[in-house]
Design a protein around this ligand. Structure first.
Ligand SMILES: [Zn+2]
Length: 248
């Protein structure tokens, strides 16, 4: 344990993933922090009208927080918003995309596991969604980058059955087996078009900040939505509640 963890209070960069009420005035806030990964903290009095903490602790907000050691959970003592992302709370479709981003990160990340790249990925996805970026490209890009970075991403280059490189044309894509299947091994699995495979590779390769400006062809968008829905549900091992509200 370093110096930071022995201190009575310390600062973090955080994004609010989720919150729930605690008694009449307080909330438990589930944060994704850059320094300490996922963290549940107590925000006292945050439901009161004049709470100084409340503006920086709204859902999806990126904030600098000071946390103090509590008896069980840390307590927020100061909060300053870095980016409020207001459009994510006022636009229904963008709210749904942001909720899904937060829920998938929440489902895949263990409490306390620190990973700066996950924080940066979530932050850049929310920022681009707030900025009016293409929702389908950003959501698919987020799924691919998060799962791939954690070691659960789809295999997009080699057949998951025989290991041969599939090149531009795969015979199929299997959510259960975890990626592309070559034409020789494909037997009645879900097909994948050349454009969809190229789309997946592009969404994984390009940074999120570039994806906001990329609009997928409608047929490719629909194909990737079906394919990635099955793939993500299989990896998460449960259905994500917010997935049902994503824009169609
Ligand atoms: Zn094969």
């Amino acid at each position: 344990m370093g110096e930071v963890s022995r201190a009575r209070s310390y600062q973090v960069s955080a994004i609010v993933l989720r919150q729930r009420d605690l008694g009449e005035a307080d909330r438990i806030v589930i944060l994704l922090t850059r320094e300490r990964g996922k963290l549940s903290v107590v925000a006292k009095g945050v439901k009161r009208a004049r709470s100084k903490l409340a503006p920086a602790l709204q859902l999806f907000t990126h904030a600098h927080l000071q946390l103090a050691r509590g008896r069980s959970l840390e307590v927020v003592t100061q909060a300053q918003a870095v980016a409020a992302f207001p459009r994510l709370r006022s636009d229904v479709e963008r709210y749904a995309c942001a909720s899904y981003t937060a829920e998938l990160a929440d489902a895949m990340i263990e409490e306390g596991a620190s990973c700066e790249w996950v924080f940066d990925l979530v932050e850049s996805t929310l920022a681009a969604l707030d900025d009016g970026g293409d929702m389908a490209s950003l959501v698919r890009g987020f799924e691919l980058k998060l799962l791939t970075g954690l070691g659960y991403g789809p295999e997009l280059e080699r057949c998951v059955e025989c290991g041969v490189e599939v090149g531009d044309r795969a015979g199929g894509f299997s959510a259960v087996e975890g990626g592309v299947i070559c034409p020789r091994c494909a037997r009645g699995g879900a097909p994948i078009s050349e454009a969809a495979l190229a789309g997946l590779r592009g969404l994984l390769r390009l940074p999120q900040s570039d994806l906001g400006g990329k609009k997928l062809k409608e047929s490719v968008r629909q194909e990737l939505e079906r394919l990635m829905r099955r793939f993500v549900d299989y990896r998460v091992e449960r259905e994500l509640r917010s997935a049902a509200f994503l824009p169609k």
